[in-house]
Design a protein around this ligand. Structure first.
Ligand SMILES: [Mn+2]
Length: 285
C-alpha cells in the first residue's frame, strides 16, 4: 500500500486548542495526541541525506514495534542549505511514500529564501550564498564561484534552469503549521500573545528570542526546529528539535502518542549519550 500525503492535518490557518477526548472534569495533567493517532516530527535536515536515511529507518523500526495507529511523519522544514546534499534530500522526500505513514512538510526559512530568489527577488542571492545556499547550489551541480561571476539576474536564471521544476513545486507545497491534538508543529515558533489563527508566516518561519524566551503557555505545546540546541529542548510550552544535524551529525525526531513522548536520534556524540531512550510526559508539570 502506498502512503498518501496528508492534507487533513495541514492547515495554513490552523484551528487548535480544542481539547481531545472527554470534557475536562479534572485539570489536564499532560498534553495529548489525538486518540488513535501517532506522529513523528523530524528536525532541520540541512542537506544531510545520510542522516535522513538513517533516521527514516529508525522511525520505521520504532513504528513497527508499536501497536497499529494512524501515523503521520511531519518534517519541520529546512531540508536544504548548509549540508552537502540538499538536492538529494529534496528528491528523497519528494518521493517518500512510506506504507505506514502519511507525510506532512512544513516550510523553513531556508526554503522560503530559495523560493523568493527563484521568484525574482535577486537581492537575496548574496545573503543566501553565505547562509548555506552555496552548498545547496553545489548539490545541484552548480559551482558557487560561477554563480558569483554572473550578473544577479543571470545567476537567478541559472538557478531556475538548474533546480528541477518538480523540486520547486514540491517545496512550494509546504505548509506553515500542522495541528496534532494538543500540539502544534511549526518550523521556527510562534509570536507569543498572538492567536494561532493570526500568526504571520514571517514569524512561523523565522522567529527566535521572543518565542524562545517566553514561558507562557501558548495553548498548544509548540514543536519546532530552526534554533539549534545541543540536546533536545523540552520546556512546558515548547519542544525544540533542531540538534544541528548538518554539523553535529545528530538528527532528532520526536514521537507522540497519547500522553507519551519519545525521541529518536541518529548516531553521533549526543545520541550516544542519550541513546534512543523513550522519555514520557516530560516537563508538563
Ligand atoms: Mn531554520
Amino acid at each position: 500500500m502506498v502512503g498518501r500525503r496528508s492534507r487533513r492535518l495541514i492547515r495554513r490557518k490552523p484551528k487548535v486548542g480544542k481539547v481531545q477526548g472527554p470534557a475536562s472534569l479534572f485539570p489536564k495533567a499532560a498534553s495529548a495526541a489525538p486518540a488513535g493517532h501517532r506522529a513523528y516530527a523530524v528536525g532541520d535536515l540541512h542537506g544531510r541525506l545520510d542522516l535522513l536515511n538513517e533516521l527514516l529507518g529508525k522511525i520505521s523500526a520504532d513504528n513497527l514495534g508499536r501497536p497499529p495507529a494512524q501515523t503521520t511523519i511531519v518534517f519541520l522544514g529546512d531540508l536544504i542549505d548548509r549540508g552537502p546534499q540538499s538536492s538529494g534530500v529534496v528528491e528523497r522526500l519528494r518521493k517518500y511514500r512510506p506504507a505506514f505513514a502519511k507525510t506532512v512538510f512544513l516550510m523553513g526559512n531556508h526554503e522560503e529564501v530559495l523560493l523568493r530568489i527563484v521568484g525574482g527577488d535577486t537581492d537575496l542571492l548574496a545573503d543566501w550564498m553565505k547562509f548555506g545556499g552555496a552548498e545547496c547550489m553545489r548539490s545541484y551541480g552548480v559551482d558557487p564561484a560561477d554563480l558569483q561571476r554572473l550578473a544577479r539576474s543571470d545567476a537567478v536564471a541559472l538557478l531556475r534552469r538548474t533546480i528541477p521544476r518538480e523540486h520547486l513545486k514540491f517545496i512550494d507545497s509546504f505548509a506553515d503549521t500542522a495541528a496534532f491534538g494538543d500540539y502544534l508543529f511549526v518550523h521556527a515558533g510562534i509570536r507569543p500573545g498572538v492567536e494561532i489563527e493570526k500568526q504571520l508566516s514571517q514569524d512561523l518561519r523565522w522567529i527566535r528570542s521572543p518565542f524562545l524566551d517566553d514561558d507562557r503557555h501558548h495553548g498548544p505545546v509548540v514543536v519546532h526546529g530552526h534554533t539549534i540546541s545541543e540536546t533536545v529542548e523540552v520546556r512546558a510550552n515548547r519542544i525544540g528539535l533542531d540538534t544541528g544535524a548538518y554539523s553535529s551529525g545528530v538528527l532528532t525526531a520526536i514521537g507522540l502518542e497519547g500522553e507519551e513522548r519519545w525521541f529518536i536520534q541518529t548516531g553521533g556524540a549526543a545520541a550516544r549519550k542519550s541513546g534512543d531512550a523513550r522519555v514520557a510526559n516530560l516537563s508538563d508539570a
